[in-house]
Design a protein around this ligand. Sequence first.
Ligand code: NAD
Ligand code: DAU
Length: 355
Amino acid sequence: MTLKTLFITGGAGFIGSALVRLLIAESDWTIVNIDKLTYAGNLESLATVSDNRRHVFSRTDICEREALDSLFAEHRPSGVIHLAAESHVDRSIHGPAEFIQTNIVGTYTLLEATRAYWSALAAAEKSSFRFHHVSTDEVYGSLGAEGLFTETTPYRPNSPYSASKASSDHLVRAWLHTYGLPTVTSNCSNNYGPYQFPEKLIPLMITHALSGKPLPIYGKGDNVRDWLYVDDHARALKIVFERGVPGEVYNIGGNNEKTNLEVIDTLCSLLDRLRPRTDGRSYLDLKTSVADRPGHDKRYAIDAGKINRDLGWKPQESFESGIAKTIDWYLSNPEWIAHVVSGEYRTWMEKQYGK
Ligand code: NAD
Ligand code: DAU
């Protein structure tokens, strides 16, 4: 058995690709990257590791049991980090079906394929095996003005996305409790940083601003999110996978609560300084109020004390340092943005893997 092989699902997405890049640079794991390449999967985000022999890409849907069984038989991993999901709340409101399919049925299928493989391992390999489920703080619902989500906050998901992620968390818990599969789950707050698909708040605002388009603010812009730089999340995932205790849940967050207006104003001021508009106006003039998101959660904020105490993780970036790095990356990588906006990022993948 190759003991240092690890499956990562969703490794062509925003957080998954950050984790793959980190593990290639800072570990000796061989990674089998299992990704369906939906609209959110982008192999250009993996360009820096694509020639690395420790990175094996497989275009596979986690809902396809036979394909998963073949991958387990071929690569014999010592763990799985499961990130593959439909991840955007607005899309879940307009079309929940894919969220139910990938996030619930896909997680179930992956758990069953993992269980079949894991059950046949020798005792030592069985006990060291880990299934790490990557989830979200949105499963806890919405906070009022006070308080923080902890690992014992009751689940109250409010959107089709968060309900599908909550379902997957419960499935993972049941596979541990019923079958003894050694699982850990992490629930993280809002991520931002390089390579994020420009449907999420921060990259959407940056890409709209740079092309002079309106900056759509849902409702009053006073909803609060707790922002975490994506590489800090990737470092936390590595630690949880390698040292987390089976059966435990770890909340991950940046301790960076901001209203959406604060985030947008910060982005506009930085862009005014770094890439002034040619007409001499401020990017702030592009701010536009639009209809609120239905069921819009008011506030998320994470107590990340447990992962700090038990596993020694804390974020390296402040919001100020992370947002500066993020803007710098988007300004320095116009090709990545242009390919995503034009849809060109799919051409190469389709040539390679079909539609
Ligand atoms: P993303 O949308 O950028 O990437 C998702 C990836 O999963 C894509 O590469 C996509 O092709 C792949 N995928 C989708 N359906 C698949 C399927 N059926 N089979 C195989 N691959 C499939 O998402 P992200 O923002 O990187 O989030 C990754 C994970 O982290 C998700 O589970 C999400 O719920 C969780 N999470 C995200 C955030 C955040 O702020 N983005 C915060 C906390 C937790
Ligand atoms: O909390 C973790 C979650 O964070 C993850 O599980 C999700 O995968 C991720 O998408 C994110 O969910 P949010 O709904 O919080 O993120 P989003 O970037 O879509 O929106 C952030 C806030 O900005 C939210 O209050 C809605 C608002 N917003 C968003 C967009 C896209 C706007 O005001 N205008 C916009 O155009």
